[in-house]
Design a protein around this ligand. Structure first.
Ligand SMILES: Nc1ncnc2c1ncn2[C@@H]1O[C@H](COP(=O)(O)OP(=O)(O)OP(=O)(O)O)[C@@H](O)[C@H]1O
Ligand SMILES: [Mg+2]
Length: 258
């Protein structure tokens, strides 16, 4: 992942609960910025980074992610005090998602997704326990007539309760029944082997290593940073290896749906 410096606050995205914003950066790119200092806390950024990078590695349609450096200067030209506070609380590294200009919110009635892609997305969301891909809140954008994944801040919810993470990795993801693409996902069993094979140990380790130190500091369950990172790595490897549970649950939920 590359690191860029934010140069201009362009506009808030009022729709988003965490007050994300479109910012311009010193590489001339526009990014949707997720602030480390937002109410959801830094774990939402950890989930965005880990799930988003996993999605990209699995070759799902996911915009590029970058780390965005914010300095105190950035707050000075911002008139809104709420946004000023958010910027001040977020100095240092934040998460940026490549802005998709002109993208529209996804509507399943207007655009069916092909069975293979829908099945791969359902598999992925069950793997990362993403509760935010429902018909009411699909967190899919349509851009150049293709669906794109956004908003993984609520994924990996095991990291809010590390005491039970050791057993949570083996649990099926029952909320997959509410997944917006489940009706199209007729090939979950067929895509399973390739999805799991793409999640190599080296990939998982590389992605967890990319989490900035400053996003891991609020958690008190671990003696140090390396132990904290190892817990993420262990969880993700064990969940991959124990995937039969969530895969069978997703296949069952699809069958119950049709
Ligand atoms: N990469 C992007 N390109 C274009 N628009 C985007 C992008 N990411 C997000 N948006 C727009 O911003 C809105 C809010 O983004 P997102 O869902 O990631 O934020 P959030 O604060 O986690 O939202 P919520 O918790 O309300 O679901 C999206 O619904 C979408 O309209
Ligand atoms: Mg959202």
């Amino acid at each position: 992942m590359k690191t860029v410096q934010a140069t201009r606050y362009v506009t808030p995205l009022r729709e988003g609960g965490s007050l994300p914003a479109v910012v311009e950066a010193d590489d001339d790119g526009l990014y949707v910025l997720k602030f480390r200092g937002a109410g959801q806390g830094p774990k939402a950024l950890v989930a965005e980074l880990v799930a988003g990078e996993l999605a990209r590695a699995l070759e799902l349609p996911m915009p590029e992610l970058v780390l965005v450096e914010l300095d105190s200067e950035f707050a000075r030209t911002e008139p809104d005090p709420e946004i000023q506070d958010l910027i001040r609380a977020s100095e240092g590294l934040n998460l940026g998602i490549d802005y998709l200009p002109g993208a529209l919110n996804y509507d399943p009635a207007a655009m069916p997704v092909d069975a293979e892609l829908a099945s791969r997305i359902v598999w992925f969301d069950a793997f990362v326990s993403n509760v935010d891909r429902t018909a009411r809140n699909p967190n899919l954008m349509v851009w150049h007539r293709k669906p794109w994944l956004i908003d993984h801040g609520a994924a990996l919810y095991f990291h809010h309760d590390w005491d039970s993470a050791g057993t949570a990795c083996e649990r099926p993801f029952v909320l997959i029944r509410d997944h917006v693409l489940l009706p199209f996902a007729t090939r979950i069993g067929e895509v399973d082997a390739a999805m799991a094979a793409a999640l190599t140990d080296a990939l998982i380790e590389r992605i967890v290593a990319a989490i900035p130190d400053g996003w891991l500091q609020d958690e008190t369950a671990f003696a140090d940073g390396p132990a904290h990172r190892k817990a993420y790595v262990d969880y993700l490897k064990r969940r991959r290896d124990a995937r039969a549970g969530f895969v069978q649950e997703a296949i069952r939920a699809h069958a119950a749906h049709v």
